[in-house]
Ligand binder design. Structure first.
Ligand code: AHG
Ligand code: MN
Ligand code: MN
Length: 334
């Protein structure tokens, strides 16, 4: 049996896996996101050979050291999309301000908010990395969207997805009609359908968190972690820990096998680490579309009203059962 012959483009056109009324345009957009992924994957495959490891010496708007690969991934996005005629604005975790395309350039209706390279600490050690994209549509009449029009609640996303650079490169996305996964076949240079209509298990057996932060967490979060490590009455086994340092890879495992990922708020840093618009919102849309749940501990992620482009948010995401339980512990009900 050879691989599936269903390419990303064919799937979108045939299965209506696009936001209503936008099939051709959306399929062009996804193809360009796929291209960004192929270009980044190509660099990553040879990263140890071509002087792209390590840092640039810059500190980004997040206060984090910029890796050469962060910059390269960000530039790839800009190069692919600036003249594509598909977007009207781009905002990135790596850029302080959004990029508004000049009036005389070709424009489309889409707005992309992205984390060009997720899991940057993995770059120099050949571990998995990702790219996360949130897609909005500008419905305003005349002119280009202003900055507040990019700072929308997650429920306004028309599509969201990620690329994962692991042992294979995958593109996983939703346009509000289920979650679909494609694997890049490097031989033919196409993303081929490998995971149609992904449904998350209701509960899992894995947790993913940077437990080194345990003593910085508030009591409810710590009690939840203690619970996860308590042997199950029936099986005698506790949850298993799996943490790669790449949110995309950790959430991808949970999307397929169930369980919970958490990067909670800390007593001295209640907003947590992860970014609402570039990381939490798009992954929350994917996970909800697959039957899972995403929460701050007290609020549905997609309902958080953002106040700024680079806002951070605690993220608790995964199977319904574990996320609901985490909320109960965090809210002091357990
Ligand atoms: P980024 O590389 O885009 O800054 O994101 C890193 C994120 C995420 O991928 C990961 O889950 C988490 O930060 C790791 O943080 P810690 O090193 O604090 O565990
Ligand atoms: Mn990230
Ligand atoms: Mn990043």
């Amino acid at each position: 049996m050879g691989p599936s012959p269903v390419t990303l483009t064919r799937f979108i056109l045939e299965k209506q896996a696009a936001p209503p009324g936008a099939t051709a345009e959306f399929s062009a957009l996804m193809a360009q996101i796929g291209l960004v992924g192929k270009m980044i994957a190509q660099v990553l495959r040879r990263a140890g050979l071509v002087n792209v490891l390590g840092v640039t010496g810059e500190i980004n708007v997040q206060g984090e050291a910029v890796k050469k690969l962060d910059e390269l991934a960000n530039d790839t996005f800009l190069k692919v999309f600036q003249h594509s005629g598909l977007v009207c604005a781009l905002a990135s975790e790596e850029l302080e301000k959004p990029v508004h395309l000049p009036e005389n350039w070709p424009h489309g209706r889409y707005i992309l908010l992205f984390d060009p390279l997720d899991g940057s600490s993995n770059t120099d050690v050949n571990m998995p990395l990702g790219t996360i994209v949130s897609v909005l549509r500008y419905e305003g009449t005349g002119g280009l969207p202003s900055e507040p029009e990019l700072i929308r609640k997650g429920t306004h996303q028309v599509a969201a997805g990620y690329l994962m650079y692991g042992s294979s490169t995958m593109l996983v996305f939703t346009a509000g009609q289920g979650v679909h996964g494609f694997t890049l076949d490097p031989g033919v240079g196409e993303y081929l359908l490998s995971h149609e209509n992904i449904r998350m298990p209701r509960a899992g057996k894995v947790y993913s968190a940077n437990e080194g932060n345990y003593h910085k967490w508030p009591p409810g979060t710590r009690r939840f972690m203690d619970y996860l490590k308590t042997p199950d009455k029936a099986t005698g086994r506790p949850y298993s820990a799996r943490y790669s340092g790449c949110l995309v890879a950790d959430v991808h495992r949970i999307l397929l096998d169930g369980g919970i990922y958490l990067y909670p708020g800390e007593t001295d840093k209640p907003e947590g680490k992860l970014r609402l618009l570039y990381e939490a919102n798009p992954l929350a849309m994917v996970v909800e579309q697959a039957g899972g749940q995403a929460s701050t501990g007290t609020l549905r992620i997609l309902e958080v009203e953002p106040k700024g482009l680079h806002q951070r948010v605690p993220l608790i995401i995964g199977s319904r059962e574990e996320v609901s339980l985490a909320e109960q512990f965090i809210q002091g009900m357990k």
